[in-house]
Design a binder for this molecule. Structure first.
Ligand SMILES: NC(=O)c1ccc[n+]([C@@H]2O[C@H](COP(=O)([O-])OP(=O)(O)OC[C@H]3O[C@@H](n4cnc5c(N)ncnc54)[C@H](OP(=O)(O)O)[C@@H]3O)[C@@H](O)[C@H]2O)c1
Length: 332
């Protein structure tokens, strides 16, 4: 039996393509003493992986050409030479895009398949759930009655931000790219309002009409022109959480944009970049809170599950086309 792996073959220029990836087959790995053999069950594909395909300094090192891509994976222990882990355990870790792989167990965390479905540890009970919760709590400083706008609102981070904001008593407006997503925001995630940014001619005016008293918090997942329209509507002492900027990730030239300094000054507003990894000390509390809400039925898990190891790169590319609702996950 051969093992499959997916390597970064070329550094994408502009929008990534399937030809930037290479599928290979290799000998099945054989664990040495003390090592684990892991079988991949679920793979997280995330917009931030685009940044790691670029050969530039960032908060995580770039992927190396000719080496496997890594992302968040849920795996099953097939054999264990490490007393901390048993055959049959389910583990989360940042691991290679391989069907099977060896690990010494460092950085891996057991996840409980009975407490929640295994895929949720890549979404609402994992990195994207923590991003939503900690970004909103720590930077957004939400107060009941305030108005929040969420971009990328139907995505993995965005849908959780909106749901938590509702739990905290805020008025929530979501921006997303299809009418179906807008219906989901309102009916499933209980957003107060939603706007399709792709079909709305004057987005800034539409936001003004939806939030006549202005925007207290903007949780930004997409950047670019969508954000220009929200920033035109910020309120005195508003907080802007810069979580991501997917609309700019494939740009080959820096984008020109309206200058925001004046708007920030006159509103005494703050705009803060947020990286979830910088809040690792709060992960246990965050996971505890997210799990409690999830188990009480107050927080819904939303996932788009794609089947098959060979579909991992395509699922990643589909993030840039908005093909996912909730967390994009590949089931192996
Ligand atoms: N700072 C952190 O620690 C951290 C952690 C996790 C994620 N992030 C960032 O947070 C953002 C959301 O990540 P996610 O994992 O939750 O992804 P996601 O929202 O589940 O998936 C990406 C979504 O972005 C939207 N999109 C794609 N191209 C766009 C464009 N040109 N303009 C506007 N929207 C576009 C699509 O939805 P539509 O159909 O609505 O267009 C798509 O479904 C990303 O920017 C990511 O890099 C940051």
């Amino acid at each position: 039996m051969m093992n499959k792996a997916i390597l970064l073959d070329k550094r994408p220029v502009g929008k990534p393509a399937l030809t930037d990836f290479k599928f290979i087959e290799e000998e099945m790995p054989v664990p040495a003493e003390g090592e684990l053999l892991l079988k991949t069950l679920y793979v997280s594909v995330d917009p931030y992986l685009r940044g790691r395909m670029r050969d530039t300094k960032s908060y995580v090192p770039p992927f190396e050409l000719g080496k496997p891509i890594t992302s968040g994976l849920v795996t099953e222990v097939i054999s264990s030479g490490n007393t901390d882990f048993q055959k049959g355990d389910f583990l989360f870790g940042y691991l290679d895009w391989k069907e099977y792989q060896i690990s010494d167990g460092k950085g891996l965390m057991k996840v409980d398949g009975n407490a929640a479905s295994l895929s949720t540890y890549l979404g609402v009970l994992g990195m994207t759930g923590l991003t939503a919760y900690l970004g909103l709590k720590e930077i957004g400083l939400p107060k009941p009655g305030e108005t929040i706008v969420v971009s990328g609102a139907a995505g993995a981070v965005g849908n959780v931000v909106g749901q938590i904001a509702k739990l905290m008593g805020l008025k929530v407006l979501g921006l997303a790219g299809t009418d179906e997503k807008i219906e989901t925001l309102k009916n499933k995630f209980k957003y107060d309002q939603g706007i399709n940014y792709k079909t709305t001619e004057n987005l800034s005016l539409a936001i003004k009409e939806a939030c006549p008293d202005g925007v207290d918090i903007y949780f930004d997942n997409v950047g670019g022109e969508v954000s220009d329209a929200v920033l035109a509507n910020i309120k005195f002492k508003s907080r802007i959480i810069i979580c991501g900027a997917i609309s700019l990730y494939n740009d080959t030239e820096p984008a020109l944009a309206p200058r925001v300094e004046g708007k920030l000054v006159i509103n005494s507003a703050s705009m803060t970049g947020f990286i979830v990894g910088n809040y690792a000390d709060q992960f246990p509390e965050g996971i505890q809170q997210l799990t409690a809400w999830y188990q009480e039925g107050k927080l819904i898990s939303s996932e788009t599950i794609v089947n098959g190891f060979d579909q991992i790169p395509q699922a990643f590319l589909d993030l840039f086309e908005g093909k996912n609702e909730g967390k994009m996950i590949v089931k192996i």
